[in-house]
Design a protein around this ligand. Structure first.
Ligand code: PHE
Length: 445
C-alpha cells in the first residue's frame, strides 16, 4: 500500500495541475485531451508496468536492475542509469522553478497579498514576479533545499505518511473548485474547449506533446518508478496497480482542466495558450470571483490550495532528486549526503538559468525555445519517450519471457485477460508507436 502511494505521490504533481492545462491550452483543447488519454492507457500504463517489473525483479537501482536482468548483454544495458542520472537532474532543475512559484503563492496568500484584486492585476503580478531577477530564485532555492533535506534525512516516511492525508485533501479541493468554476461566466466556453474536439488541430507536434504529457504526468520513461518498485512486495498486482495510478493521475489532470478553462474564458485578456503562467493567473481569479463575497473563505481556500499543491510538487521533486542520488550513492559509492549535495549544486546552477529565462535571459532562445522550455522539451519529448521505448524493448525482447510472465501474474497466481493485452502492448504496440511518432516528427514519415 505504501509503495503504491509513493508511486501515486510521484505521479500526481505539477504535471497534472500546471503542465496539463498549459499543454492542453497551447495544443488546441479537446482533440489533444483525447489523444493524451489514449496514450496514457496504451503507452503510459504498459511502460509503467514494465518499469515496475524491472524494478521489482531487479531489486536494486536502475543500473544494477538492468544488468542483472540483461544476461550476457549486461555491459550495454547498464548504461540505462544515465537516464535517471542526467534526466532526473535536468527535470528537477526546471520543476523546482515552478514548485518555487507555488511556494511563493502559498506565502503570498498566507500574508493576504493575493486577496481582492482585479483579474488583470493577477496577470501583471505574475509577470512582474516571474520575470524578476531575484525573487523567484529565492523560492526555487528554498524548494531545492527542502527537497534535499528530505532526501538526506531520509524522512520520506514522514512525507509518505502525510501525503496519505494530503492527496485525498488535494483531490477534494479540486472537486470543490471544479464546482466553483461552473458558475463563472465563461464556463460554457471553457467546457466546449475541453469537450468538443476539433481534429483539424491535430498535427505531429500535438501528437508528440500528448505523448510527452502522458509520460511526464505518470513519471514514466525516466527510471523513477523502477527505483520505487524495488520496494514493492511480491504480492503487489503490478498491472492493476499501474492502471489505478494512471486513473487517479488522469482524473486529477482533468479536474484541473475543468477548473482552469472556465476561468480562462471568464477573464478578458487571457488566452488559453498563455503557457506556463496560465494556472498562476487564472486560479487567484477563480478564488476571488467565486469566493470574494466571503473574504475569510477566499483567504482560507487559496492558502490551503497552494499549500497542498506545493506538497504535491514536493512529493514529486523528492522522487526526482532520489534518481541521480541513488546513482551516485550506489554506483560511485559516494555517501548519501555528498551525493545529494552534488546533485543539488548542479540543480541550483541549472534552475537559476531556467528561472532567468522568464525575464533576464528572455531573448536567449534555441529553435525559438527559452532555456526553461528547452529543458522541458528535452525531458518530456525526448528523454521520456526514448526511456519508455527502451524499457519496453528491454522487457519485451531482451529479458527471458518467463520473468515477465512470472512478475505480471505473481508467479502464476493471478489470472486475467488483461495480462495478454499488456504483454502485447509492451512487446509490440508501445515501441512501434513511439518509434513512428518520432519518425513522423522528424518529417521522414
Ligand atoms: N509526474 C510528476 C508530476 O506530474 C512529475 C515527475 C516526472 C516526477 C518524472 C518524477 C519523475 O508532477
Amino acid at each position: 500500500m505504501g509503495a503504491i502511494l509513493a508511486a501515486a505521490g510521484s505521479a500526481v504533481g505539477l504535471g497534472n495541475v500546471w503542465r496539463f492545462p498549459t499543454e492542453t491550452g497551447t495544443s488546441g483543447g479537446a482533440a489533444f485531451i483525447i489523444i493524451y488519454i489514449v496514450f496514457m492507457l496504451l503507452l503510459g500504463v504498459p511502460i509503467m508496468v514494465s518499469e515496475f517489473t524491472i524494478g521489482r525483479h531487479g531489486h536494486s537501482d536502475v543500473s544494477r536492475a538492468y544488468s542483472l536482468m540483461a544476461g550476457d548483454k549486461k555491459s550495454l544495458w547498464r548504461h540505462m542509469s544515465l537516464i535517471p542520472l542526467i534526466g532526473g537532474t535536468i527535470l528537477l532543475s526546471y520543476y523546482a522553478v515552478v514548485a518555487g512559484w507555488t511556494l511563493y503563492y502559498s506565502f503570498a496568500s498566507l500574508s493576504g497579498n493575493m486577496l481582492g484584486k482585479e483579474s488583470m492585476q493577477y496577470v501583471e503580478d505574475f509577470i512582474s514576479f516571474s520575470s524578476d531577477p531575484f525573487r523567484p530564485l529565492v523560492w526555487t532555492y528554498l524548494i531545492l533545499f527542502l527537497t534535499s533535506f528530505v532526501v538526506v534525512k531520509g524522512v520520506q516516511k514522514g512525507i509518505e505518511r502525510s501525503s496519505k492525508l494530503m492527496m485525498p485533501l488535494l483531490f477534494l479541493f479540486l472537486v470543490v473548485l471544479m464546482v466553483c468554476s461552473m458558475f463563472l461566466p465563461g464556463a460554457a466556453k471553457g467546457y466546449a474547449f475541453m469537450l468538443y474536439p476539433d481534429f483539424s488541430k491535430i498535427t505531429s507536434k500535438v501528437i508528440l506533446s500528448a505523448m510527452g504529457q502522458a509520460f511526464f504526468s505518470l513519471s514514466v520513461g525516466i527510471g523513477c518508478l523502477c527505483t520505487y518498485a524495488c520496494y514493492f512486495r511480491k504480492d503487489v498486482n503490478l498491472v492493476n496497480d499501474g492502471f489505478k495510478v494512471a486513473c487517479i493521475d488522469t482524473l486529477v489532470a482533468l479536474c484541473a482542466g475543468f477548473i482552469i478553462f472556465p476561468a480562462v474564458f471568464s477573464i478578458d485578456g487571457v488566452e488559453p495558450n498563455a503557457g506556463p503562467s496560465l494556472v498562476f493567473i487564472t486560479l487567484p481569479s477563480v478564488f476571488h470571483q467565486v469566493l470574494g463575497a466571503v473574504p475569510m473563505l477566499e483567504y482560507g481556500f487559496s492558502v490551503l490550495f497552494y499549500l497542498l499543491l506545493m506538497m504535491a510538487a514536493l512529493t514529486s521533486s523528492i522522487s526526482m532528486l532520489e534518481m541521480p542520488t541513488a546513482y551516485l550513492h550506489k554506483e560511485l559509492k559516494l555517501s548519501r549526503g555528498v551525493s545529494v549535495v552534488i546533485v543539488t549544486v548542479v540543480c541550483i546552477a541549472l534552475s537559476t538559468v531556467c528561472s532567468l529565462s522568464f525575464g533576464y535571459f528572455k531573448d536567449f532562445t534555441v529553435c525559438g525555445l527559452g532555456f526553461f522550455d528547452l529543458c522541458d522539451f528535452f525531458i518530456a519529448k525526448i528523454v521520456m519517450p526514448v526511456g519508455g521505448f527502451l524499457s519496453c524493448v528491454f522487457l519485451g525482447w531482451i529479458v527471458d519471457e518467463k520473468i515477465m510472465n512470472a512478475e505480471l501474474t505473481n508467479g502464476g497466481t493471478l489470472r486475467s485477460p488483461l495480462y495478454g493485452i499488456i504483454r502485447f502492448l509492451i512487446r509490440y504496440f508501445a515501441p512501434v508507436c513511439i518509434f513512428l511518432i518520432f519518425v513522423n516528427e522528424l518529417g521522414i514519415l
